[in-house]
Design a protein around this ligand. Sequence first.
Ligand code: ZN
Length: 146
Amino acid sequence: MNKSERIEELRNAIRAHNAEIDKINEELRPLEFEHEEEIEQKIKRCHRGLDKFTPEELVFAATTRCHCGAGLAYVKNCSPRSSWHCSEILLGTAIHAGLDSAKEHDGELPFIMYNIKSERQPSANGMTTRPNIQQAPEPSDSVDKK
Ligand SMILES: [Zn+2]
């Protein structure tokens, strides 16, 4: 096979792969969109005190907090058009307006308007506003249990 035949063969291989990827995206994109919409609906319910996420479902801000003192957070796999919210609201632990001891919370902060560092960014250096969650100690083989 000469060089130009080999080039043509490789280009055809790329075209075949791209067609496969297009097919996968055709199924993936509507599913992603549907899931993002479900997340946004659930976030709206959280703001009305009717639903909650688990801490594992959230990404917390490295240092930025709501007026109430809780860290800001967003929901994993949310839409790129989503927002940061007070984590107490997403976790369902906020005391809602109208009740005694209700605290003032920031409104949602859209990603496109606010550049807030998350705990996932390498430059956060491990900083997080994630609340400390009591965890059972890890069983360790190196500890002599006599
Ligand atoms: Zn708050």
